[in-house]
Design a protein around this ligand. Structure first.
Ligand code: MLT
Length: 264
């Protein structure tokens, strides 16, 4: 479905009934990365996914797409759907957006799930790498960065033995356009450090990380999760960075348990 938010057309899904849960996707993916979650969780909650600006079938306005801007798109979609409070589930870039949302609209968050993401800002080298990748995506198109990304998004055993998963991740990434990816990279490069903000966040939180996540490793996740007062850490074996795609059953169970904990 499409709706207009902050002056752009946004593509989204709204399935099921009950407590609202909003899933915010990673880079360079789109809302299709949540298909397994929508299927499994719609019977127990109201589940909303969206293509963030610049991704999937949403508009691709000029960037950079700062995390606060994407968070305000999420807030706009909530308002459009008549949702006052929701559980936010953000994976990687989606986690950065969820952190920004919490920073700006904490009253609208009933629970926070941060998966395969990082609280720290980018290092100077990380920012340079992003700017280079943004330029490449803009100049040579999405194809020019996808292969390299797939190699780090998934765990090595998945890359070696699960062709269906590799094909699916590649196909989702290729649905995006270079301009949108570039604008998101530049926005991510500008994101603030959220470590202290999260240490002061008292909403119920679940931090999930794939045991083989090379982009946001478990030890790093533990270092900021331990400082969040009302949080717990779950490590998913057999998963890299896209833990919801590599181990959907485990990921879905964690979300379902978190929802039922919030309802009890
Ligand atoms: C993602 O999966 O969203 C990206 O790895 C985030 C990033 O580039 O920091």
């Amino acid at each position: 479905m499409k709706t207009s938010i902050n002056g752009i057309s946004v593509n989204y899904r709204d399935e099921g009934r009950g407590i609202p849960v909003i899933l915010i996707h990673a880079f360079p993916m789109n809302q299709a990365m949540w298909d397994d979650q929508v299927l499994a969780l719609a019977p127990i909650c109201r589940i909303i996914t969206m293509d963030l600006r610049g991704f999937g079938a949403s508009d691709i306005p000029l960037g950079p797409y700062w995390m606060a801007l994407m968070a305000s798109d999420v807030r706009g979609l909530m308002a459009r759907l008549g949702i006052e409070r929701a559980i936010l589930v953000g994976l990687s870039m989606g986690g950065y957006v969820a952190m920004s949302f919490y920073r700006n609209f904490s009253q609208a968050v009933s629970g926070l799930v941060l998966a395969d993401t990082r609280a720290a800002a980018d290092s100077a080298e990380g920012r340079e790498r992003r700017f280079a990748s943004a330029g490449k995506a803009e100049r040579d198109g999405v194809e020019s960065i996808v292969e390299e990304m797939v190699q780090v998004l998934l765990s090595q055993p998945t890359i070696n033995t699960r062709r269906d998963v590799v094909t699916r991740v590649r196909a989702i990434a290729l649905e995006n356009q270079g301009e949108g990816l570039a604008a998101a990279q530049r926005g991510m490069a500008d994101r603030p450090d959220s470590t202290e903000m999260l240490a002061g966040a008292d909403c119920p939180a679940l931090v999930i990380v794939g045991a083989d996540d090379r982009l946001s490793p478990p030890e790093e996740a533990r270092s900021w999760q331990e400082r969040m007062p009302n949080s717990r850490l779950a490590i998913i074996p057999g998963a890299g960075h896209l833990s919801n795609i590599e181990q959907p059953d485990h990921f879905n169970r964690l979300i379902a348990d978190f929802i039922s904990m919030l309802q009890s």
